[in-house]
Structure formats: C-alpha cells, structure tokens
Design a binder for this molecule. Structure first.
Ligand SMILES: [Zn+2]
Length: 267
C-alpha cells in the first residue's frame, strides 16, 4: 500500500524557491549558481504550461499542487500519462535537439512554482553536476510513471483508474475534498463522461466518495485503496522516491468484489 495520510510526506524547505524537492536537494554552490535565473510564479488550475510541438521556453519546478503531463490526440482529446508535483520538474518530455516539447502540460491544482528559462536549464545540465544528476534521476522516475500509466490505461477498468486518480489527488493536495468535474475526470482518464458518471455513482453508492456540484470528497480512503488498481501503489512509490511499493494487500480483490456487490452494479 502506498503512503497514507498518517505517513510523513516528503518535505522541503518552505522558503520560497526551494519548496521544490529537486531544488531543495541541490548543494549550496550549485543552487547559488542557478538562483538568479529562478522566478517564483503562481499557477492557476487548467493553465497550459506547454503545448506539444511548440518551443520550450521555461521549465517549471512545482512547490506544491501538481501538474499533468498529457498526450494530445489528433481530435484534441487529452489523456493524462503522468503527474508532476514538488518531487519533479515539468518540461522533460521533449526533443532537446530541437528545443520543443512533445507532451502537453497542464496545471491541475493551484500552486506556486519556480520558473527557469530553458537556456539556463540547459546550461546547468551541460555542466554534468548535481543538477544534472538530480534531473536525470527524476527523468527515469518519470519514465517509470509513464510506463505504468500506459499499462493502466490499456488494461485496468475505469473504476480502478478513477479510484487511483482520486487517491493520488488526495495525496498531492493533502485534502479529503477537492474540485473535480465529470468533464475533467473524463479527460484525465480518456473515457466518456457517461462512463465517469457511472463509475462515480458506483463508488458513491458504495460509500467510498461523495460527489457534489463539481467537487468530490473521499469518505473511506481504505476501501478506495482497495478499489484502485495496483498502479496507485506503484506510482505513489515513484512520487515518494521509493523503488518499490509496499506489498499490495492480498485482500484487495475480495474487497473490490464486495464494493461492486454493495453497489449492485454488474461489471
Ligand atoms: Zn492501473
């Protein structure tokens, strides 16, 4: 099982720019060199930070909240493939040779972020120092996250994936209640709004969540974890910097069946 709210979350210094864990981990000399290039900026929900195929001008280091990395399809639909919070940096999914991004990036929750010009970012990477090491390690973690999301989107049910997304959002935001519309959830999960409506109704009837006027409240986290697919524990471990999730509970599948029976919905 992944981190619960009673477990200590990764911490970072709360003084302005170094709320981001990557920046906080830099040795003083390395940080001092890039500090003049860093700007603290507020980010608003739904703000697009990057669009695929466009030049990358800035990298973003979230200090709280989180952003989504999205694959954009030809018809404009977007599907979330990863989330990036204080553990990472937004802008790594691109083509360094051409200086363009290949994935959209959108702010999910209001947050304070540090913005760094792409030229300064690349200069520091070229030094092959601590900054390069930290960003490279995070790039591998991001790749693991995306690989897990690819498998998740392919084989896990919308119910399992919505449960996973809700748990991850709760972890990221530190709140039982947060804004979420059916339209937005459908976009994140790559499913239709009626599917989201059906799945949310199932979870609500089972007493795991309540939905009201564009917001969702997690009522029973433990049973929501049981309803989520294994990807929640795996991606939570990646976000926390752990190599492996804690052993997944063997009772999960029985618990999930019980949720479905309680909801009186056939799958
Ligand atoms: Zn999954």
């Amino acid at each position: 099982m992944a981190r619960t709210r009673s477990d200590p979350a990764p911490t970072a210094p709360s003084d302005g720019k170094r709320r981001n864990l990557l920046l906080a981990a830099l040795p003083p000399d390395d940080y001092a060199r890039i500090d003049p290039h860093l700007e603290v900026v507020p980010l608003r929900p739904r703000q697009m930070l990057h669009q695929p195929g466009t030049p990358i001008r800035h990298f973003y280091f979230p200090g709280d909240g989180f952003c989504s990395q999205l694959t954009v399809l030809a018809d404009g639909r977007m599907v979330e493939v990863a989330t990036v919070g204080p553990e990472g940096v937004v802008g790594l999914l691109g083509d360094p040779g051409h200086g363009t991004v290949t994935s959209a990036a959108m702010v999910q929750a209001p947050c304070v972020s540090v913005k760094m010009p792409a030229a300064a970012f690349q200069r520091e990477m070229n030094r092959r120092g601590a900054f390069f090491d930290l960003v490279s390690a995070y790039r591998l973690a991001l790749l693991r996250f995306i690989m897990q999301s690819t498998a998740c989107n392919a084989v896990h049910t919308a119910e399992e994936r919505l449960a996973r997304w809700l748990l991850s959002a709760q972890d990221r935001l530190g709140s039982d209640q947060f804004p979420l519309t059916q339209e937005f959830a459908a976009m994140m999960l790559g499913v239709t709004r009626p599917t989201v409506s059906d799945v949310a109704a199932t979870l609500q009837r089972a007493g795991l969540i309540t939905c009201r006027r564009g917001s969702v409240t997690i009522v029973d986290r433990e049973r929501l974890e049981a309803a989520a697919c294994e990807c929640y524990a795996i991606t939570a471990a990646i976000v926390d910097g752990r190599q492996q999730p804690r052993p997944f509970r063997a009772v999960r599948h029985n618990a999930l069946r019980a949720v479905r029976r309680q909801a009186l919905v056939r799958f």
